[in-house]
Ligand binder design. Structure first.
Ligand code: HEM
Ligand code: HEM
Length: 176
């Protein structure tokens, strides 16, 4: 079925996850990343980060399932020419990068979970011993860069595209 807008469940999940992922990146770089592993107080913000991150994984699975079972708008004319053709591959890449970032974070959390059993514990001095943490930090950077590209593409489409692309990721009648 041809539709003008994304399904409302996908719209809610898009904006909620954008907010949550934005928080994870900001909080990850500016709070957690700045604290020394030798500081026992680091475990608390890290546990909030892991909680939000785990919720992101669950919501991403719901999003993927909703996407599979609902119709979504076809590329506009400007998205079938030139750089606009990157739309579909970049959206797919975003799903992949979000999953790899979040799951590598979750696996790191699993490896350090035992530290939460005794109060006053600190994180290992060299976090690089966990390959999952190395993947997590690099993928978080890739995710940040892809999001910048994504927002730039949305702005470009708003300025010179042929549909109201933000409106497509909003509520209202989906009939063409
Ligand atoms: C963490 C931030 C964000 C992430 C991870 C993200 C992710 C995504 C993904 C994966 C899609 C594809 C939807 C699908 O096909 O299921 C999408 C679509 C879209 N996003 Fe975002 N997004 C983010 C922030 C934003 C922001 C800030 C804007 C507005 C400037 C925006 C505007 C859009 C629009 C307009 C679409 C529909 C594009 C189209 O159909 O051509 N997104 N987003
Ligand atoms: C899309 C979701 C996520 C994003 C965007 C994200 C982002 C980040 C960022 C930016 C950092 C800081 C990197 C640095 O030290 O410079 C970080 C660290 C970390 N994250 Fe995540 N994360 C996500 C999900 C998760 C999940 C699900 C878990 C575990 C359940 C997790 C566990 C960790 C751990 C253990 C660290 C290491 C702390 C440190 O480097 O000192 N993350 N994350």
């Amino acid at each position: 079925m041809s539709v003008r807008k994304y399904h409302p469940v996908l719209v809610v999940l898009h904006w909620l996850l954008a907010l949550m992922i934005g928080l994870q990146l900001g909080f990850g770089y500016f709070t957690i990343g700045k604290m020394a592993n030798s500081d026992p107080a680091k475990l608390q913000p890290l546990s909030i980060h892991m909680g939000i991150g785990t919720a992101i994984i669950v919501l991403m699975f719901i999003r993927l399932a909703t996407r599979y079972f609902t119709s979504h708008p076809q590329p506009s004319e400007s998205q079938t020419k030139g750089i606009g053709r990157l739309r579909t591959p970049v959206h797919r890449l975003m799903y992949l990068v979000i999953f790899v970032t979040a799951i590598s974070g979750w696996l790191t959390g699993y490896l350090i979970a035992h530290l939460y059993e005794t109060p006053g514990n600190t994180l290992p001095a060299d976090f690089a011993q966990y390959p999952t943490r190395v993947v997590h930090v690099w993928m978080a950077l890739v995710l940040f860069l892809v999001i910048v590209l994504h927002i730039a593409a949305a702005i470009r489409e708003l300025i010179s595209g042929d549909v109201n692309v933000i409106g497509r990721m909003g509520f209202g009648s989906r009939k063409t």
